[in-house]
Ligand binder design. Structure first.
Ligand code: PMP
Length: 342
């Protein structure tokens, strides 16, 4: 892979913004360089633009070098940035599976980049050959989401491997739900595939959606490009400090995952007993895609009772489907009771 050939010329040639304090790395007692207000003794200083202390901690938990980590305002930020780094508006294109997470297309549209969808098969499996047929010399990115949202399943590893081996552009594997999955992450394959970017997030298994912290893992050369185009202080100090503390709670997180997986089993067992449930799709995520006889009617009935699920009736291959997130034991029981009492 020739990275320079893939990257937009303006991004490759530009100089990154030099943040306040970039030029000074050591200890100092008087900071008069960043036009901050010295009268406040808390939160008055700009945070570390590259979040090194937080990256060091994530690096230990994930067993990956800090130079291979980009941190953003949710994983939505690197989804947008990767398009801005690699895709020339109105010239280049992106290929992605369909159905999948909606922000890939939104970010492509915002950036005026053609977005080509490749339907999964009826089991929501990926066929690498069909996907690769949609690429051409202007395809810079392929988005794969595994486990996939809204279908819940992991994409077949061998098919992802075929894509990584055959495609000369960048392959993004979005692993937002990987902590709930029965297979391992692609993080250990970054050395093998220099064109791979893995996305993960603190919003799901870590239970920190409100804090807004997402991760992109890639070669140091790709991470440098992310750092070049991001806003200087994209992760605020409250988020940096808070997540540093949360990273010490590894045991609690493992317990949460076990509780949610049990909740998922409970929902799987109970939902299938309901007369209007036609199919429950296998899931490796913290949600379940369910096909019912009347998705719109059921969605409305639940909403009227104060139970909100996601209506996916109008999404490709998901006609008749509701997407249900695993809740607490109590929430799961309320959902099932509300459905039984129809
Ligand atoms: N990827 C996938 C597959 C998602 O489902 C989501 C959120 N629903 C995200 C990325 C974005 O998550 P966040 O910005 O909270 O990290």
């Amino acid at each position: 892979m020739n990275l320079q050939q893939l990257v937009r010329k303006n991004v490759w040639n530009m100089k990154a913004y030099s943040s306040a304090r970039d030029e000074f790395k050591g200890e100092a007692s008087v900071f008069l360089d960043a036009n901050e207000n010295p009268l406040n003794d808390k939160y008055n200083r700009y945070p570390d633009p590259l979040q090194w202390a937080l990256k060091e901690k994530i690096s230990k938990v994930k067993d990956i070098q800090p130079e291979k980590i980009f941190l953003g305002n949710g994983s939505d930020e690197p989804i947008d940035l990767v398009i801005r780094i690699f895709c020339e508006p109105r010239i280049d294109n992106i290929v992605a599976i369909d159905p999948t997470y909606g922000m890939y297309q939104v970010c492509a549209d915002v950036n005026d980049v053609e977005y080509r969808k490749v339907l999964l098969n009826s089991n929501f499996d990926l066929d690498a050959g069909t996907l690769l047929e949609k690429t051409n010399e202007n395809t810079k990115l392929i988005f794969l989401c595994s486990p996939n949202n809204p279908t819940g399943n992991l994409l077949n590893r061998k098919e992802i491997e075929k894509v990584l081996n055959s495609f000369s552009g960048i392959v993004i594997v979005d692993e937002a739900y990987i902590d709930f999955a029965s297979e391992k992450t692609w993080l250990n394959d970054l050395e093998k595939y220099p064109n791979l970017i893995v996305l993960q997030t603190f919003s799901k298994a870590w239970g920190l959606a409100a804090v807004r912290l997402g991760m992109a893992f890639a070669s140091p050369e790709i991470i440098k490009l992310f750092n070049k185009v991001k806003y200087p202080y994209n992760v605020n100090i409250l988020t940096q400090n808070f997540v540093k503390g949360e990273l010490d709670k590894l045991e609690l997180r493992k317990e949460w995952i076990q509780i949610l997986l049990k909740g998922r089993d409970f929902l799987n067992e109970e939902l299938i007993k309901l007369p209007f449930v036609e199919k429950i799709y296998p899931t490796d995520s913290n949600f379940i895609l369910v096909r019912v006889t009347d998705a719109n009617g059921l969605y409305k009935h639940l909403a009227d009772k104060g139970v909100i699920v996601r209506n996916r009736n109008s999404v490709s291959l998901c006609a008749g489907c509701l997407r249900i997130t695993v809740g607490t034991d109590e929430e799961n029981k309320i959902l099932i009771e509300t459905l039984r009492n129809i």
